[in-house]
Design a protein. Structure first.
Length: 466
């Protein structure tokens, strides 16, 4: 099961990494604008996050293996459909389905881990999943760069086609190797237990709250206020509806879980630190559109983050048993230090006119050093945080609890990507295409979210004192 889980988690990270590398060529193919870029990258993350809670709940009710396999089949079909896109709208819709299908399978991995492994074993298990994340971080950009470099017009299509093939393969392995869990025996889904009303309230609420952040020029100021109002109203409605369902034991997500200190603070920290992962989108755009390097070069430069992520995953999986939430504090401080190194190293980055022989060593040594540090901090934060956040969650609610946690991460990533990319392009317009200034503004915003996560973690540690 762990091997299949690693493959699924790898796909989750590698797909996003390959997508950000492919974005500049997709923009060239369809003459896409800034709005389309945000819908592709941030929309993928939003769709990924939106389905987490309902799919986690579905896994709890119907069986995690069944949802895992079905989601992977849909992921494979969406990837192949995206590779055949004839317009930016076609591609955006396919990418949204791709993200949603991928999001449906992630809670199943953690739900299965909660059910199949004891608390003592989960730290090591999550560490192994963290290694898969690290491999995805390192190989995803390089694979994306290699595929995109094969042909400017065809390369990005190969990215989606390869994702589709891997999805079908993972579905077959999941069907054969993952044990059936869950009570559900009949194979039929009870829509009353699945709670379609709760799914609509939560989905519409989160989406409507996210829309005002998108730099979509078709949205007027009035439209944004309306969307935000609708979002808040639907989320308030979800809270009341979910509480009423909880009294009958039928809630989509038991809000009472947020009163568990470790879970409530864990969700908040994950939400804030989710913006950190927008760093890879910023790097991909900056290195290709700003500095002018090829997709493969951008992929190689971003790959060192995987070294740090692998080290952080292994260290964090062991430290969490002894240090608890202090491990997360250390991880956030290390991640902040890495971002500072990237900002300082950026002063010495080569330009497009620099010889390739000089550019690559400087890029890898400069940005790479910061990415190794920040990658270590990222895994030292996420892996222990997942273990600690879910540690006191009842096993029968493991899927929906893991789904809400991942939803928080993906909403943080999606919102962070929108805010960071909006600031990036706004700075470019204000400074007359000064990419160095725009890049630094983006990094400062990411560092700000990381600092807020650190403050939340210190509050968690303080609350935990007797």
């Amino acid at each position: 099961m762990v091997g299949v889980g690693q493959l699924v988690v790898f796909l989750g990270v590698a797909t996003g990494a390959m997508l950000v590398i492919a974005v500049p060529e997709i923009v060239n193919t369809f003459a896409a604008n800034e709005d389309d870029q945000q819908w592709l990258v941030a929309g993928f993350s939003l769709a990924y996050g939106l389905v987490q809670v309902p799919s986690g709940r579905l896994g709890d009710l119907w069986g995690h293996r069944e949802v895992l396999v079905g989601g992977l089949v849909l992921y494979g079909l969406a990837g192949i459909t995206a590779s055949l896109a004839m317009s930016s709208l076609w591609l955006v819709i396919a990418v949204l389905v791709l993200g949603g299908a991928l999001g449906a399978v992630i809670p199943q991995v953690y739900g299965l881990s909660q059910q199949l492994f004891s608390y003592e074993e989960r730290g090591f298990t999550y560490g192994l999943l963290g290694v898969a994340v690290a491999v995805g971080i390192g190989s995803g950009p390089i694979m994306g760069g290699l595929l995109v470099d094969t042909s400017p017009a065809l390369g990005w299509r190969l990215v989606f086609f390869a994702a589709g093939i891997f999805g079908v393969l993972a579905a077959a392995l999941g069907y054969w190797l993952v044990p059936t869990t869950g009570s559900r025996g009949s194979g039929r889904i009870s829509w009353r237990k699945a709670d379609p009303v709760g799914i609509v309230l939560l989905g519409v609420g989160v989406t409507a709250l996210w829309l005002p952040m998108v730099e979509d020029h078709t949205l007027r100021s009035f439209d944004r206020w309306v969307s935000a109002t609708v979002g808040v109203s639907f989320l308030v409605g979800f809270v009341f509806w979910d509480r009423q369902r909880a009294r009958r034991g039928l809630a989509l997500f038991y809000l009472g879980l947020l009163r568990i200190r470790s879970y409530g603070f864990g969700v908040l920290i994950t939400l804030l630190f989710g913006a950190y992962d927008s760093l890879f989108y910023v790097l991909a755009v900056y290195l290709q559109e700003g500095v002018g390097h090829e997709p493969l070069t951008a992929g190689i430069v971003m790959a060192p983050a995987a070294l740090g992520a692998a080290a952080g995953a292994l260290i964090g999986g062991r430290m969490v048993k002894r240090a608890g939430w202090r491990t997360v504090a250390i991880g956030l401080l290390v991640a902040l230090s890495g971002l500072i190194v990237v900002v300082v190293a950026d002063i010495f980055l080569p330009t497009l006119d620099s010889p390739h022989s000089a550019a690559m060593p400087l890029l890898v040594a400069g940005l790479g050093a910061g990415l190794v540090i920040s990658g270590t901090g990222s895994s030292l934060t996420f892996i222990p945080s997942e273990t600690l956040t879910l540690s006191k969650v009842p096993t029968e609610q493991a899927g929906s609890a893991a789904g809400m946690l991942t939803t928080a991460h993906r909403f943080g990533l999606s919102a962070g990507t929108v805010i960071v990319s909006t600031a990036l392009f706004a700075t470019l317009r204000r400074t007359g295409d000064d990419w160095l200034a725009a890049f630094r503004v983006a990094l400062l915003i990411i560092a700000g979210f990381t600092f807020l996560a650190l403050v939340a973690n210190f509050a968690n540690l303080w609350k935990g004192k007797p």
